[in-house]
Write a protein that binds this ligand. Structure first.
Ligand code: VAH
Length: 320
C-alpha cells in the first residue's frame, strides 16, 4: 500500500494543532506536513515538517503538493461563526475559495482523500432543535453556516462528478486544552475552564440556559481519523455526517466545574453571539455516523471537566 503523505492546511487552529499531532502518531511525523498562514503553534514548533502557507494561495498549495508528493489534504482553515459575522464577505471568500481550489487540486493530482470540516452551524432556527436529524430543514442564518452547507454540497458534487474521496463532519462546539479556539460562539465552553482556574469566576457571553451540542477534542480527533480510515463503501453520504457527544448549558458546565472548584461562580452577559446560538440545535442525532462507520463518543461533561481541569492546572504550573 502506498505510503500516505498528508498536508494539513490551517494546522495552527484549535482542531489543526491536535489533528496534526494525532495524525503524526498514525502516519509518522515526516509524513504529515503542517502549514498555516502564521508561524508554528508552540506545540508544532520543532515537532515535525512545517511551512507557512496561505490557504487562499492555490498556486503555492499546488506546488507544495507536487514537491512533497502529498496524497491527502486536511483543509481546516476557516473563519468561524462569530468572526464571520463581523466580516461576512471575507468569511465567505476564505471558507469557499480555499475549499474549491483544494477540491480542484484533489482531482488534478488524484489525491486519495480530502478532509474538510463542517459544523452543526449549517442548521438554523427553522431546523428541528432537538435531536436534529442527519437530513432535515437546513437554512443557516450565519455566513459561517451558509459557507459550511454550501461547502458540503460542493464536496458531494466533486465526489459524484469526479469520484473524489472527500469526507466531512458536522462538528459541535469543541472543547480543548492543548489548543485555543478562535472566533467561535461555543468558545465560552473553553474560556470558562481557564477563568475558573485563574479567577474562580466567569462571565458567560451566552445566557444560562443556552443548550448547545458539544464535544471534547479527544473525541473529535479520534472520530475524524476513524471517519477517514473507514472503507469508502461505508460512506453512505458525501454531505457531512452529524457528530455529537453531549449537550449542555453554561449553567450546567458551571455546576460540573463547581464539583472541582466549589467556590467558582458564574454570571451572564449575553452579547451578539447569543443570537447565533439561539439559531442552532440544542442536540444532534448522529445515528448515521454510528451506523455507517462506528462512531461513539467516550467523554461526557463530567469526564471532560475532570480532564480539562487536570491538564490546564498542569499547563499553568509549567508556565509559572
Ligand atoms: C463556532 N466552534 O462556534 C464553532 C462551531 C458549532 C460551533 O462550528 O463557530
Amino acid at each position: 500500500m502506498k505510503q500516505e503523505k498528508i498536508l494539513i492546511v490551517g494546522a495552527g487552529g484549535q482542531i489543526g494543532v491536535e489533528l496534526t499531532l494525532a495524525l503524526r502518531k498514525v502516519y509518522g511525523t515526516d509524513n504529515v506536513i503542517a502549514t498555516d498562514i502564521k508561524e508554528a503553534h508552540p506545540l508544532l514548533k520543532d515537532s515535525g515538517p512545517y511551512a507557512i502557507l496561505n490557504a487562499m494561495d492555490a498556486a503555492a498549495t499546488h506546488a507544495l503538493v507536487k514537491k512533497e508528493g502529498i496524497t491527502q489534504i486536511y483543509l481546516l482553515a476557516a473563519l468561524l461563526s462569530a468572526t464571520g459575522e463581523k466580516n461576512p464577505h471575507k468569511a465567505w471568500e476564505i471558507n469557499m475559495q480555499s475549499l474549491i481550489s483544494t477540491l480542484d487540486l484533489g482531482v488534478q493530482e488524484k489525491l486519495t482523500k480530502i478532509y474538510w470540516p463542517s459544523s452543526i452551524a449549517v442548521f438554523g432556527p427553522t431546523t428541528p432543535t432537538s435531536n436534529t436529524p442527519q437530513q432535515t430543514v437546513v437554512e443557516p442564518r450565519t455566513v459561517y453556516g451558509i459557507s459550511k452547507y454550501a461547502g458540503e454540497l460542493w464536496c458531494q458534487y466533486y465526489n459524484q462528478r469526479w469520484g473524489l474521496d472527500v469526507r466531512s463532519l458536522r462538528y459541535p462546539g469543541l472543547i480543548s486544552w492543548k489548543s485555543e479556539p478562535g472566533g467561535g460562539t461555543t468558545d465560552y465552553a473553553v474560556e470558562i475552564y481557564h477563568e475558573a482556574l485563574k479567577h474562580k469566576k466567569y462571565t458567560s457571553f451566552l445566557s444560562e440556559n443556552t443548550y448547545l451540542p458539544m464535544m471534547y477534542m479527544d473525541d473529535a480527533i479520534r472520530g475524524t481519523i476513524e471517519l477517514m480510515e473507514a472503507p469508502a463503501e461505508q460512506m453512505k453520504t458525501r454531505m457531512a455526517y452529524n457528530l455529537s457527544a453531549m449537550s449542555f448549558s453554561p449553567k450546567e458546565i458551571a455546576a460540573a466545574i463547581q464539583k472541582h472548584i466549589p467556590d467558582f461562580t458564574i454570571d451572564y452577559a449575553p452579547d451578539f453571539r447569543q443570537a447565533i446560538a439561539d439559531g442552532w440545535p440544542k442536540s444532534i442525532d448522529d445515528s448515521a455516523a454510528r451506523a455507517d462507520w462506528g462512531w461513539k463518543n467516550e467523554f461526557d461533561l463530567d469526564s471532560m471537566s475532570a480532564d480539562m481541569l487536570k491538564h490546564l492546572k498542569e499547563k499553568m504550573l509549567q508556565t509559572v
